[in-house]
Design a protein. Structure first.
Length: 288
């Protein structure tokens, strides 16, 4: 336990300043980071399938995972590309799906679980790269590179997620009580879920007041409370969704990539659900 804690603290000491710097900088470096995270997460999800004798199409899946965040960034910086995508994206998506299914036809026989292989190949990049790509929409919706205003908007859902997770863990250990979802994640309790929700609301209100308001991107207090409530719930749903995948294949961590933290899926499970919801709410509130 102590060794795990040291690993977690050491990783955080390096990762948090690096993440803050990249989010402040924005642009292509941030898009590349999201693309790398998307590729790594997709590979971990594919490994879940492979444990059950399902062989996703690794090359097209990873290429798509890398391409989605880069395409989002490019569209945010090119009016011509954005206009083209607004008109042609349904046709481009349909063409990609036709190519994928043709690849399945050529590479997988009837005994190779082609339906499941195609489904996992589609889910991997959509879940692990498409959902986190909304971070770029938050960062560059209204703000260019080297922007603290854009950075604090991105860190709003990040801080809410971190506080929610930490509060849920602390309250769950101290208070205990009935399990939140015993068949999926036996360690999580209803008291921890309530504690996480309260922590999420408090974090959203304080971050809005202390970080967003001085930079002129604050939302109202009522909106911040609503933001915390929604994210406090949806983040825990995202956590359980990834736990369900791991429960199916019988693993504790999605990988051992991150010291003390498990894999990319373990660290981003809540954010996969939170980032697109945050982007939608911030746009609705007129902040991004």
């Amino acid at each position: 336990m102590a060794s795990n804690l040291v690993q977690r603290v050491g990783f955080a000491a390096v990762a948090i300043p690096l993440a803050l710097g990249l989010v402040w900088l924005g642009g292509l470096p941030l898009a590349l980071l999201v693309a790398i995270v998307g590729v790594l997460g997709t590979r971990e999800l594919f490994s879940f399938a492979e444990r059950q004798a399902v062989r996703p199409l690794v090359l097209p899946g990873l290429a798509t995972a890398a391409g989605i965040p880069l395409l989002v960034w490019a569209a945010a910086n090119s009016t011509a590309l954005r206009d083209w995508l607004s008109l042609w994206w349904p046709y481009a998506a349909a063409t990609w799906l036709v190519v994928l299914l043709t690849w399945v036809l050529a590479a997988r026989g009837p005994d190779d679980k082609p339906l499941t292989a195609a489904a996992v190949t589609l889910l991997g990049p959509a879940y692990c790269a498409g959902l986190p790509a909304f971070l770029l929409a938050i960062r560059h919706g209204e703000h260019g590179t080297q922007s603290w205003a854009g950075a604090v908007l991105v860190f709003l859902p990040l801080v809410v997620t971190w506080v929610c997770d930490s509060a849920a863990m602390l309250v769950g250990k101290v208070v205990g009580g009935p399990k939140l979802s015993p068949t999926i994640s036996p360690g999580k309790t209803q008291s921890g879920g309530a504690g996480g929700l309260i922590g999420a609301v408090g974090a959203a209100v304080l971050w809005n007041l202390l970080a967003m308001e001085p930079l002129g991107v604050a939302i109202t207090t009522g909106q911040a409370i609503a933001f915390g409530v929604v994210l406090g719930v949806i983040g825990q749903v995202g956590d359980l969704a990834e736990s369900l995948f791991k429960r199916e294949v019988g693993v504790k961590d999605s990988s051992g990539l991150i010291p003390g933290h498990g894999g990319v899926l373990d660290r981003f499970d809540s954010l996969y659900f939170i980032l697109p919801v945050s982007a939608a709410m911030l746009r609705w509130f007129g902040a991004a």
